[in-house]
Design a protein around this ligand. Sequence first.
Ligand SMILES: [Cu+2]
Length: 248
Amino acid sequence: MTCFLVAGSIRKRALMAFTAILTVVLGGGVALSAAAGGVRGTVHFEGAAPKLPNLNMNSDPICAKKHPGTVQAQVLVLGEGNTLGNIFVQVKNAPPGQHAPPAEPVVIDQVGCFYKPRVVGVLAGQPVLFKNSDGTLHNVRGQPEANPAFNLAMPGMIREQTATFNKPEPIFPIKCDVHPWMQAYVAVMSHPYFSVTAADGKFSIEGLPAGSYTLEAWHERLGTQTQTVTVPASGNATVDFAFQMPER
Ligand SMILES: [Cu+2]
């Protein structure tokens, strides 16, 4: 009887394992055929790069001490060959679908009296964790429109604060009233088809079914551009963007 139970149990477990494998194989297959491609590209700055102003952080000696040399404004982040960082790239006509927000927060640290990273995208309902690695007073003030405005005080001893934005909305600024040069940007998205460029200018948006999409690239000062791209049934489409100084 015991043997029968054990044998039955083993058979049952084997069956469950087989079902699990089948689910993974079939599930993976479905996922692969439904979301075969993506969009990749590089963003450049065209023309003579403007000289960025030096920041004076003497109003807070803790900040100033973290930058022994000169420290420049971070409005324009350029890489080798004038690739452009902090570009928020998103699909404007995202394929339909519900996207549960990840429990894992998007982290914005306050380091050297700058926000790192400066530009982030977050899914609606996904937490944003603000860290204070500086040991000095910051406050994190945001005035989104669809979501409630907020102002998180972060004295030196408060290392972490969390904010969650439940409604999608276009990118909005976050500021620190203590250090006026501190600025970050948060986009609250309804879908995960977005990417932010690092200094190398590269972006990558994965998991898109084949089709035609409008891509929007945003920069805090250089404006917004759109391009249409066709994602093939398998593989990636490539789209590059080039930003210039706006005409005054
Ligand atoms: Cu601050």
